[in-house]
Design a binder for this molecule. Structure first.
Ligand code: X2X
Length: 341
């Protein structure tokens, strides 16, 4: 026993002399890397995180062990604290919606301006455009994380328990739960609704008790969380905002990994993101039917109504464009414009 461990110890010393870099990096590896997701793997974006963790575990033969903490439990459900917690070393791996981090890094919300990317064609064009993404990833790095890949959280649709919403006037007086960026709040208040900021954990009881009338989320989330059971009877599929799902690693953690492992992790994130986007799109394709089957009334806006939503949100758009990052947003607008023509 003693002899064998002596031999093992000798071999390890030899290896560390022969491969100083690798040995240094590897001794610094943690037993577990903590990944925060707001929702669990029953939801497409939680699933994206689960796939990523699994691929990394497989492909590094367990050297890098990413553990998913859904419900943003590493920050007690306060999803708007995720990015700050990543900076403090509490979270190692992000698989989340930058809109939740608007209080920490507002610039990362450039994709969420109202109707900036009105359909999947425009969304794909922007998130695959090298000019846009190089600049965006540069902002993520500057903020303290290494960006690896981009998935999709899904087009956010509005639901409420009071009445069908067809025009901005229908929003008047509705108490609506929003999350993340104050921009979402302003979109709602500019149309006469009363927004309240609330985490996902708090949103569900607030809907159930009727403390709030309305909420906005992708229909995939509506379905997976059974929001219809919380009294939400009317949905409008207006596609006003579709955040990316950013896969990223805390800067110091990224630096601690061997070059070869970094490549494995980046490739795994890109593969996971592709699978996650495919899943979101598959659910999106028949979400209206699925929601209607639950007895919920779904309104699909006419082109004229869509124009009305765009006009109603224009001033909020302009204000936030100026405040967030006008240069990058110009670029995104141009790419979106080209995708239309
Ligand atoms: O809390 C929400 O509404 C959710 C799950 O969509 C986000 O994390 C932005």
């Amino acid at each position: 026993m003693k002899r064998r461990s002596l031999i093992r110890g000798g071999a390890a010393t030899l290896a560390s002399l022969a491969l100083p870099h690798m040995a240094r990096a590897q001794t610094a590896y943690k037993a577990e890397y903590k990944m925060s997701t707001v929702v669990p793997p029953a939801f497409a974006w939680g699933k994206g995180g689960a796939i990523f963790a699994e691929l990394v575990r497989e492909r590094t033969a367990g050297r890098i062990n990413i553990k998913q903490y859904p419900g943003a439990s590493l920050v007690q459900g306060q999803q708007d604290r995720e990015f700050a917690a990543m900076r403090q070393g509490v979270i190692d791996v992000l698989c989340g919606a930058p809109i939740n981090w608007a209080g920490t890094v507002r610039e990362l919300g450039v994709f969420t301006l109202p109707f900036i990317l009105p359909d999947h064609k425009a969304w794909d064009a922007a998130t695959h455009d090298a000019g846009v993404m190089d600049e965006y990833f540069g902002l993520v790095r500057k903020a303290g994380a290494e960006p690896l890949a981009v998935g999709e959280t899904g087009f956010r649709q509005i639901s409420n328990r009071v009445r069908p919403i067809k025009t901005p006037e229908d929003m008047k007086g509705l108490k609506i739960r929003v999350v993340g960026s104050p921009m979402y709040g302003e979109i709602m208040s500019s149309m006469g609704a009363n927004p309240t900021f609330m985490s996902w954990a708090d949103a569900q009881p607030a809907l159930a008790s009727g403390a709030v009338d309305a909420q906005e989320n992708p229909l995939e989330v509506f379905l997976a969380a059974k929001i219809h059971t919380l009294g939400q009877k009317y949905v409008t599929k207006w596609n006003y905002s579709n955040d990316i799902l950013l896969f990223a690693i805390a800067g110091p953690v990224w630096q601690s990994w061997a070059e070869s492992d970094r490549k494995i992790v980046r490739d795994a994130a890109q593969d996971a993101a592709k699978q996650q986007v495919a899943l979101v799109r598959k659910l999106y394709a028949d979400d209206v039917e699925a929601v209607r089957a639950l007895g919920v009334e779904v309104h699909l806006p006419t082109p004229a109504e869509m124009q009305g939503w765009r006009s109603a949100t224009r001033s909020t758009y302009a204000k936030w464009k100026a405040a967030i990052n006008p240069g990058l947003i110009d670029k995104i607008e141009k790419v979106a414009e080209r995708a239309r023509s």
